[in-house]
Design a protein around this ligand. Structure first.
Ligand code: THU
Length: 135
């Protein structure tokens, strides 16, 4: 399901890197940026937002998807995540993304080189996930 065009990949990767610059991460000093591409071509970006009460921290991926859902969008075609070293989304974010997508191409971007270092999918990162049907 990695059917993003080169143009979509570039835009998503760039947006995640730009979003990373907005990270509020004074405690971890580990900024993260995420960008979600919607099925109608919009990009919703997010960054990690930490809190002095550490457990209240919001990851970049969830910031992005919550912004999109709050804007009325629930159909996504790709996600890019930008970190130093090109790390993969955490388990909590995988589950939240899976609420709105059975599968999703995911670009892992290394902010040290601005390069996409891995292309994977949500189904690959979160197999056999917790799921309940609803009306
Ligand atoms: N973080 C994210 O933004 N996304 C992830 O998928 C994992 C971790 C953030 C949370 C915290 O602000 C910092 O990275 C260090 O854990």
């Amino acid at each position: 399901m990695n059917n993003l065009t080169d143009d979509q990949r570039q835009k998503l990767s760039d947006a995640a890197l730009v979003a990373r610059q907005q990270a509020y991460a004074p405690y971890s000093k580990f900024p993260v940026g995420a960008a979600l591409l919607t099925d109608d071509g919009q990009i919703f970006a997010g960054c990690n937002i930490e809190n002095t009460s550490f457990g209240l921290t919001n990851c970049a991926e969830r910031t992005a998807i919550f912004a999109a859902v709050a804007a009325g969008i629930r159909q996504f075609v790709g996600l890019a995540v930008a970190t130093e070293g090109g790390l993969s989304p955490c388990g909590a974010c995988r589950q939240v993304l899976a609420e709105f997508s059975d599968d999703l191409p995911i670009l892992i971007v290394d902010a040290s080189s601005d390069a996409v270092v891995e292309v994977t999918t949500l189904a690959n990162l979160l197999p056999n996930r917790f799921r309940r049907e609803h009306t």
